[in-house]
Write a protein that binds this ligand. Sequence first.
Ligand code: G6P
Ligand code: ZN
Length: 544
Amino acid sequence: MTPIKTVATTPYQDQKPGTSGLRKKVPVFAQENYAENFIQSIFDSLEGFEGATLVIGGDGRYYNREVIQKAIKMAAASGFGKVMVGQGGILSTPAASNIIRKYKAFGGIILSASHNPGGPTEDFGIKYNIGNGGPAPEKITDAIFARTKVIDEYKIADVADIDLDAVGSFNLAGMEVEVIDPVADYADLMEDLFDFSSIRALIASGFNVVIDSMGAVTGPYARELLENRLGAPEGSVRNAIPLPDFGGHHPDPNLVHAKELYDDVMSASGPHFGAASDGDGDRNMVVGKGMFVTPSDSLAIIAANATVAPGYAAGIAGIARSMPTSEAADRVAEKLGIGMYETPTGWKFFGNLLDAGKATICGEESFGTGSNHVREKDGLWAVLFWLNILAARNESVAEIVTKHWAEYGRNYYSRHDYEEVDSDAANGLIAALREKLPSLPGQSFGALKVASADDFAYHDPIDGSESKNQGIRVLFEGGSRVVFRLSGTGTSGATIRVYVERYEPDPAKHGMETQSALADLIAVADEISELKKRSGRDAPTVIT
Ligand code: G6P
Ligand code: ZN
């Protein structure tokens, strides 16, 4: 007898996937059948997976193991032929994407809330990725959400918990479960893409590299790559053990949460190069001595130097960036004579462009960079790309960045976040801006004159789908702009994001402090949106 149980359940109405899957606090996920309902709704929204492989893994955060046990037993009950799961329940998001692609799986379930804190009262998340290794497109996430609202039963194999800690294969209610080494395939892929012998030589010559894994998933990956394969001294990877609460870290690699690393690299005796990654390993922050590299500049510089890496030696086909990401990469695409694509926020929008061979390298201002090697952004990939560029050019990070600005001009750029704002106030702010749009063009704010203003809509050139209301853009004459949108990844209240950008072609003016270079635009952003009044805040919570 197959031990498959059908369990009656009641739907929840709040299981709408956001920018990157369903994210809620752990106590919400721990409600009766909450995770089961969502997982079954994923399976119910898919077709043709009978006998196929499902990849499962997560970033090791609190509740990861519990949900993985459920997901494996439910996959068996729904007719999958095989589950591949990372040892200890661990798979970084880019590593999961690679496994899906390499082993031609039907799809994957990734358990993560990315850069949000972990722990019994912190965040958890479930995300479904399709067979190309990338996040499910909106068509599927919409179907999943519709299903969650009416679901009345789920199926689960009534078996004991699986041993997730031993690599190997076994049968579970007629389905094969393979517990895999989460690191090896990913590390091999990186070794194919980058010139490890040059990077090894750079490190052996005394170039000091530190990676802060922030107590999250990249620890084992970074140790294998940096310490084992590239010869950096033991201890070069900090906070290298993935912990359920990330050791109390907020695993978001930016100037606020990775400040210790930043300060260390900036100090005279600190390392030459520092990098950090987020909870699930898809974000990155790169800092060189005397120079923090903004994610938007990082995208542009990686694209401009791509051919130094063996995996990209033949050149890149195109670049894609999310709309709020700075236009620095556009100038590189223009010079290279390749395609440039502007998409809404969310890595899922890059999938079609990558699959169609239109874009090779993609990036977002939210500390995400990646390429067609997987279908997720990839934190350690970006770090290795920088090391490859440093090894090839034999210059410092600061030299590379300032030379890039001298050649292309500098896009001064900053994002101001207002977190946990009252949802009605935040929605009101966006609604009021939307109403103002037609009256803005032609208006002047001090020296800044509005050239155009709109609510960004994306027409996918590959599948023709439309995504509307993706952020309010106000573009000024001369190329400066401010963008307003609400975050789709938060779990409490609303987060208002204000993105500010100014283009400066003159190298003599490239040495300004970013916030002062943008001060006039920041003031105009407040004036146009009544941000301070409506949010009740007089300063952003986070500035990146
Ligand atoms: C995640 C997504 C990114 C997105 C970022 C910020 O990391 O994978 O694609 O840019 O969140 O999204 P948000 O909606 O919070 O601005
Ligand atoms: Zn992430």
